[in-house]
Design a protein around this ligand. Sequence first.
Ligand code: NAD
Ligand code: LMR
Length: 326
Amino acid sequence: MKKPVCVTVTGAAGQISYSLIFRIASGEMLGPDQPLILKLLEIKPALGALRGVKMELEDSAFPLLQDITCTDNAEIAFKDSDIALLVGARPRGKGMERKDLLEANANIFSSQGKAINEVAARKIKILVVGNPANTNALIVANNAPSIDQKQITAMTRLDHNRSLTQLAQKIDRPIAQIKRVIIWGNHSSTQYPDLHHCLVGGTPALPLIDNEWYVNQMIPSVQQRGASIIKARGASSAASASNAAIMHMQSWLHGSKDGDWVSMGVVSDGSYGIEKGLVYSFPCTCADGDWNIVKNLEINMFSRQKMAATETELIEERDAVAHLFT
Ligand code: NAD
Ligand code: LMR
């Protein structure tokens, strides 16, 4: 029997977690023969609801799930954690931008970064989902100096998946034939869904669509998709966000497949001229539990401007929370 992997989920009584935790416990994220223990973090007022989640986990009789800890203490939740999914944060409501959450959520990520720094496994892999995800990940990175920044990522896989489906529907081709979509930058309305390198059945995607649709419909619709869901559902995306978190971790842990790329918010190494240290979404490949930015892509003037606009927003967000960096 393999040694169990310790997985921490924050915001464990919230909407995303209600889907996410059960998929993790079933083995979907780590693999069908990998035992795990769950450490679930919530704030005190939500511990009652979390007790109910724990009861449902028990009633699911997941063979791989060896233990469940529920706590409102970050040092207990992150103790020896191998994987942390940082979901716990306020979601936005109608009419808000994700960066409007910065003030409400930033302190959560500075204190959790400090706890991770003290007690987590040194090789911990971290995915930040709580918004604004890129800058919250930056806060974690700056409060956990003993953790390699390569182990701290933010989620743009939902935007990546949204782009795949929009294109597949437009050209009436299966999603499985579409490869090398890219999301550049921030998980926000400035993000840049880039189809310039995208392939459909091995041939370039752009000649299959008209530029007007790409520029004036697809890009804004992916940028605004989160807001459209809030308008329709009265609450932010949850099952699709949980699905994207599982896919992000599957790629990172088990590798990206078939020459495809995945979009991940990662600490910039200066690639493509993006300011070093920002958490920016790049096209990545994953292998052996590691990720690497896809290098040397040709970037035209249109893309360059879009990539710079989302970088500018991330610089503004970083400057607004710089007082939280240790
Ligand atoms: P939710 O309000 O249903 O759940 C959030 C949970 O976090 C709540 O149960 C709350 O009690 C808990 N929480 C708050 N502060 C905490 C803390 N300090 N420690 C631990 N738990 C804490 O929200 P949700 O719909 O599950 O969304 C969670 C976050 O994910 C939001 O910020 C949302 O905007 C974001 N989100 C991101 C993406 C993405 O693609 N990156 C997609 C969807 C949602
Ligand atoms: C999303 O993209 O659906 C989430 O980030 C929620 C939101 O606020 O848009």
